[in-house]
Design a protein around this ligand. Structure first.
Ligand SMILES: O=C(O)CCC(=O)C(=O)O
Ligand SMILES: [Fe+2]
Length: 386
């Protein structure tokens, strides 16, 4: 699939900035004592936010220690090689919070099967849902980990990693605010106190498709949901691609020592379209590859009750920032369609609907009413998270 399908947002006479590569930003500039360095970082971030929606971030070891990354990475092949029975003990269908293990081919994007196997894991949290509460309070809850005895130390390695990446995410939010002409705390109204927040990650394996496979969809075109995603590309495989304003797919080839950061639909709506949520997808490793691709995204959430369209959440941006958005234009060719519900629904409800569409079997067990709404003909043949 190389050509973009046109949607309502197609703009054939596109003018203004487009991108053909993804900028690399040096995080250490943002914490430098030299104000010129900090200003340079903010200006590069402004361009990435408004015109690209993606960036690579280098030099983050002051927040995410290299040894923490290395330790997590060392567990990843072992995690997927656990006996199937151990993985099945923590399958996602056990969890109303959509956390746990999904076997290969269990997930749908835009109704098509993704060719990936994954563990959805999140920062520690208890479920706050009580009878009578909205369903979406239940999208946050305790993660499921494999038994400590079968992979000793993994849980600690993952929790340490998640905690450090979450810290980077929270600091990055203050930089985003500044790049949008707001004070550093300008986006804090979208967050609850840290103890009442949950951020989710995944550990993902994209296997080499077998010769008979007619699909190279690792994960289909989509937008991410929240404010930002921080992605570790563990292996050197190409495969992640990002859609530019003209609808062309641009490679986000792994750069060692960097994270990929991209912005989600909630941030796009909350910033009146100034920050771009950019469509992306992952292609399976090429047929001649001898190893799978691994990645670890972390989705940095906003609070469950936030309805970005509510008057109390409206932000005022300086005219020069709005001008940059207008010069870019609000139209782009895209293959992605998801998460437009942020326009009307609270963030938790949008997340829940996204999860229902991706994991229908989990929804059927835990959210039967929503399941019927999205899958009136019952469970699709594919797309069972196990
Ligand atoms: O695996 C990757 O590189 C990206 C995955 C992704 O886009 C997602 O899970 O939202
Ligand atoms: Fe994504």
């Amino acid at each position: 699939m190389t050509s973009a399908s046109s949607t309502l947002t197609t703009n054939s006479t596109m003018s203004g900035p487009n991108f053909h590569s993804i900028p690399v930003l040096d995080y250490s500039l943002s914490i430098s004592n030299n104000p010129d360095d900090r200003a340079k970082f903010i200006s590069q971030l402004q361009n990435a936010l408004i015109n690209v929606g993606f960036l690579y971030l280098s030099n983050t070891t002051s927040v995410i220690e290299q040894k923490v990354v290395d330790e997590l990475v060392s567990y990843i092949p072992k995690l997927f090689e656990l006996p199937q029975g151990e993985k099945d003990k923590i399958r996602m269908v056990n969890s109303p919070h959509f956390l746990g293990y999904s076997r290969l081919g269990a997930e749908l994007t835009k109704g098509r099967t993704d060719h990936r196997e994954q563990f959805d894991i999140a920062t520690p949290h208890v479920s706050r849902w009580r009878p009578g509460d909205p369903d979406h309070y239940n999208v946050w809850g305790p993660p499921q980990y494999p038994d400590e005895s079968v992979i000793p130390g993994f849980r600690h390695a993952m929790e340490t990693y998640l905690s450090q990446v979450t810290t980077l995410g929270s600091q990055f939010i203050t930089l985003i605010a500044q790049a949008l002409g707001l004070p550093p705390s300008g986006l804090s109204q979208f967050y609850d106190i840290p103890e009442r927040m949950q951020h989710r990650g995944k550990i993902v394996k994209y296997p080499v498709p077998d010769a008979k496979s007619d699909s190279n969809q690792g994960v289909g075109p989509h937008y991410d949901a929240g404010f930002l995603t921080i992605l570790l590309q563990v292996t050197s495989h190409p495969g992640l691609q990002v859609q530019n304003l003209a609808g062309e797919w641009i490679d986000a080839t792994p750069i060692p020592g960097t994270f990929v950061i991209n912005f989600g639909r909630a941030l796009e709506f909350a910033t009146k379209g100034i920050a771009r949520a950019t469509s992306h997808r992952v292609l399976s490793p090429p047929a001649d590859s001898t190893t799978p691709r691994y990645s670890v995204p972390l989705f940095h959430n906003v609070a469950l009750d936030v309805r970005v369209s509510e008057p109390k959440y409206q932000l005022e941006f300086p005219p020069e920032i709005l001008k940059l958005r207008d010069e870019r234009g609000s139209l782009a060719t895209t293959d992605s369609i998801n998460y437009s519900e942020f326009e009307t629904q609270p963030s938790g409800q949008v997340q829940l609907m996204g999860r229902v569409k991706s994991h229908p079997d989990v929804a059927q067990r835990h959210y039967p009413e929503l399941f019927k709404r999205f899958f009136p003909d019952g469970l699709p043949a594919q797309g069972v998270a196990y």
